[in-house]
Design a protein around this ligand. Structure first.
Ligand code: ASP
Length: 327
């Protein structure tokens, strides 16, 4: 009898949550990088699509920068599990456990997985003053100027950091460049355009506009297949074509809630996410930036979690090979 009562109370609580969510309080997407960068861009476009998908809702974005995305992720892991504070993060969610010796949260235990959003290629880019005009020239230039160059990234464990590590290891240039961390690749891009840093590897969602306007030089893409469907990037070689066998890096974004968020609220958010990923305006924006919206099973929480778990295992040896850790 007592058990039945407990179950009835729990069921009523779930129902009440479903009926009152989202209520009048906005849902905050915590973006763990600086405003104006690629993660922020996905979040702002998705926020608009989710607003349309969940009647009466209001989605806002908060940038909680620092430590390669781990400060923002930690904030969401500790937030009230009521569906009003969500984390929008990229591949760094799976890179951080391999990179940080002391991570203030457990990726697979401290979050509810809401579904994946998109996949985005990266590009190797350089400041406009770099003398190299193609990828071969760039590698030769790096070798000839070993120790004098630098490469920007968005903090230890960020996508740009991961890409830089993998690339430097693949071209045997681990000591050739100094890495310069920023709070996101939006400020890093400003430094690159201004010529204060030499190179960066960043998502197409942040680089296409700058490449198109000639403010940065592009050298290669990080996917194994050329980006033949992309007007701007179709003619840039893949790193694999340039001799870096097996080089394959695609960034993905996903949505997370704090552990313990009521199932009915999670179901509402997941349904909203699925509808947002079919929103025509969102799809158009993503396509223009070279991003591919996820349509497969990974928009389901269980498949999203399984994917992140597999990515953690896949990235660990890559990070070990690059040999750079943080406390
Ligand atoms: N693109 C960044 C990264 O390298 C993150 C960002 O600024 O959105 O991880």
């Amino acid at each position: 009898m007592k058990r039945l009562l407990v179950l009835a109370v729990a069921a009523t609580a779930i129902l009440a949550n479903a009926q009152t969510f989202p209520g009048t309080k906005p849902v905050t997407f915590v973006v763990p990088f600086a405003a104006g960068g690629p993660t922020d861009r996905v979040a702002r476009d998705l926020a608009e699509a989710m607003r349309k998908a969940i009647p009466g809702s209001n989605f806002v974005v908060e940038n909680v920068n620092g430590a390669g995305g781990t400060i923002g992720a930690a904030k969401v892991a500790r937030a009230a599990p009521d569906g009003h504070t969500l984390l929008l993060h990229h591949i760094g969610m799976a890179a951080a456990p391999g990179l940080y010796r002391k991570l203030p949260y457990k990726v697979l235990d401290d979050f509810e997985f809401l579904g994946m959003i998109n996949e985005v290629p990266m590009t190797i880019i350089g400041k406009p003053q770099l003398p190299a005009n193609n990828y071969r020239d760039l590698e030769n230039y790096i070798k000839a100027n070993s120790g004098k160059l630098n490469i920007a990234h968005a903090g230890l464990g960020s996508a740009s950091h991961l890409c830089g590590l993998m690339w430097q290891a693949a071209i045997n240039a681990k000591e050739a460049m100094t890495t310069i961390p920023f709070s996101g690749t939006a400020p890093a891009m400003n430094a690159l355009v201004g010529g204060q840093v030499d190179m960066m590897c960043d998502q197409t969602t942040n680089t296409t506009g700058q490449i198109e306007s000639g403010r940065v030089k592009a050298y290669a893409v990080t996917t194994t297949k050329p980006l033949s469907g992309n007007k701007l990037l179709k003619d840039y070689p893949t790193l694999q074509e340039m001799g870096l066998k097996g080089f394959d890096l695609t960034i993905w974004h996903g949505l997370y809630a704090p552990k313990g968020t009521p199932p009915a609220v999670l179901a509402q958010l997941n349904a909203g996410l699925k509808a947002a990923l079919k929103d025509a305006d969102f799809l158009k924006k993503e396509d223009a930036l070279g991003a591919v919206v996820v349509t497969d099973r990974r928009v389901e929480p269980a498949a999203h979690k399984a994917f992140v778990s597999a990515e953690i295992n896949k990235l660990k040896p890559v990070i070990d090979a690059a040999g750079k850790y943080a406390d």
